[in-house]
Design a protein around this ligand. Structure first.
Ligand SMILES: Nc1nc2c(ncn2[C@@H]2O[C@H](COP(=O)(O)OP(=O)(O)OP(=O)(O)O)[C@@H](O)[C@H]2O)c(=O)[nH]1
Ligand SMILES: [Mg+2]
Length: 220
């Protein structure tokens, strides 16, 4: 992957239990805020999806706050805003960390309809989850329209620090990404393996998302 640059003063702006109920705090005006006519900033919405416990929050928190909680605390819905510079372009990613628990599954289609890009996570330590990825995506992807929505997709194989427990090879991840790409439902599919715990390839996920969004050409 080519070089990229994350600004030291990139900001974590929002963490709220239910978007829409707790309003995000006002972004302070300044060179790293996308308010008050800071038109140079591009802003994209990204939704992070996957079954419960696969490592979505670890990934998002490592990227936005530089930490991966060891204790499992199931998410209902958390929203973050993270500024970074990718390919000399300052951007803000509006990242939605979703619930993997089945009781919230009905919200997933709604998220897809409102986003610019999707990150889908499975742990390399769980073959069952990996084998359900295609079905999981098919369930939430828009169907039935004469022109289904095409979105960029980043497929993430998480928890690679648990190498001794690995059940899914990197090659299988690559093959799944290729199959998804060939299905033509996606604008672009990027695959990467990560560890949120040891901070491996976490930034790469969001750089890839940003580049896919640049390529797609739409912003908020
Ligand atoms: N070893 C290891 N553990 C991880 C990693 N990422 C997350 N975990 C752990 O896996 C458990 C679940 O991680 P979460 O990130 O909370 O999972 P989630 O996908 O957000 O789960 P839901 O919010 O219920 O959908 C936690 O105990 C984390 O500490 C990782 O990269 N490596
Ligand atoms: Mg979570």
């Amino acid at each position: 992957m080519e070089a990229f640059d994350i600004e030291d003063n990139a900001v974590l702006l929002v963490r709220c239990p239910r978007r829409g109920i707790v309003p995000p705090p006002k972004i302070p005006p300044g060179p790293h805020a996308c308010v008050g006519g800071q038109e140079d900033w591009l802003e994209y919405k990204v939704v992070v999806l996957g079954e419960g416990g696969v490592g979505k929050s670890g990934l998002v928190l490592q990227h936005c706050a530089g930490r991966c909680p060891k204790r499992y605390d199931p998410t209902i819905e958390d929203s973050y805003r993270k500024a970074m510079t990718v390919d000399d372009t300052p951007i803000i990613l509006d990242i939605l960390d979703t619930a993997g628990q089945e009781e919230y599954a009905s919200l997933r289609r709604e998220y897809i309809s409102e986003t610019h890009a999707v990150v889908v996570v499975y742990p390399v330590t769980d073959r069952g989850t990996f084998e359900r990825v295609t079905g999981f995506i098919r369930d939430i992807w828009p169907h039935g329209d004469s022109k289904p929505k095409k979105l960029p997709l980043v497929l993430v194989g998480s928890k690679i620090d648990l190498e001794a427990e690995r059940q899914v090879s990197e090659e299988e991840g690559v093959m799944l990404a290729e199959e998804l790409q060939e299905s033509e439902d996606f604008d672009h599919v990027f695959f990467v393996e990560t560890s949120a715990l040891t901070n491996v390839n976490v930034t790469e996920v969001f750089v890839a998302v940003s580049r896919q969004c640049f390529a797609a050409g739409t912003t908020i």
